[in-house]
Write a protein that binds this ligand. Sequence first.
Ligand SMILES: Nc1ncnc2c1ncn2[C@@H]1O[C@H](COP(=O)(O)OP(=O)(O)OP(=O)(O)O)[C@@H](O)[C@H]1O
Length: 297
Amino acid sequence: MNAVRFEQVTQRFGTLTALSDLDLELPAGQLSALLGPNGAGKTTAIELMLGLSAPVSGSVQVLGGDPRDAATRSHVGAMLQDFTAPLGLNVRELLSLYAALYPAPMPVARALELSGLGAQAAQRASGLSGGQKRRLSFALAVVGRPRLLLLDEPTVAMDIQSRAAFWQGIADLRSEGCTVLLTTHLLEEVDRAADRVVVLSRGRLVADGTPYSVRQQVGLSRVRFTSSLSDAQLRALPGAESLELGSRQQATFRTRQPEVLVRAALGAAPDLAHLEVTQASLEDAFLSLTGDAAVSA
Ligand SMILES: Nc1ncnc2c1ncn2[C@@H]1O[C@H](COP(=O)(O)OP(=O)(O)OP(=O)(O)O)[C@@H](O)[C@H]1O
């Protein structure tokens, strides 16, 4: 079963087309990452899934129903970018209040544990630090025991410990069958944790698959070596799509023709050393897909 289904969805704000004929299916039980540069349409897609807006054309289904129906919404949890903790209530009180809105919530203690906020349970929500507020927003998103969890840039402002606690919480929820969709600009986390990557650019789908298959689809390799070649000589090597110059004469290329580049580099630089050829990272693939790759120093 699909947890989310978009068919030919278009969304506009005035003359701006934020999503254009988007077809998207997110199978239940998976952790999917919705990626794209600023303004690609990620938040717009999440708002449609939450029933906060309706598309100009096309249809959006969530958990087999209309996202605007209360019955559907009671099974969806969300952590959005703008969260303001209400004044007055402490963390436990706020979670209890939210839990009461759902038909089958989890115990508040469990939400505190999943979000790593146990030590702050009696603290006023409005007095939490930025990272703790993100954790609280996560706890509020999960306390209703959602079948679908939508997280818009959940790890922004989280420190390393908070992030580790967050990913552990996600793993626990997934083992209980929760479907998760998140947006993030931290692609290393996605590469590690996501079953599925959906890349949007200017409101259109440009890639969809496992992190590995998206990297394969782009077909970029990363070639790195040290040598005494000058900047100009490095830039003149054939097949390079981008070049980064590091310290100690280290050059890192992205290329679709690693053999061509390496052969030319070996011919030009007898002192070439520390040669590494690897599949490019998800971030490299993302930059290539969204048109931001450039030969840069
Ligand atoms: N309520 C709105 N009114 C007018 N334009 C909007 C509105 N919401 C979004 N947009 C525009 O729609 C486009 C898509 O925005 P959206 O917030 O979905 O992007 P995003 O991928 O989430 O970006 P970011 O990574 O910056 O959060 C942008 O050009 C944005 O300016």
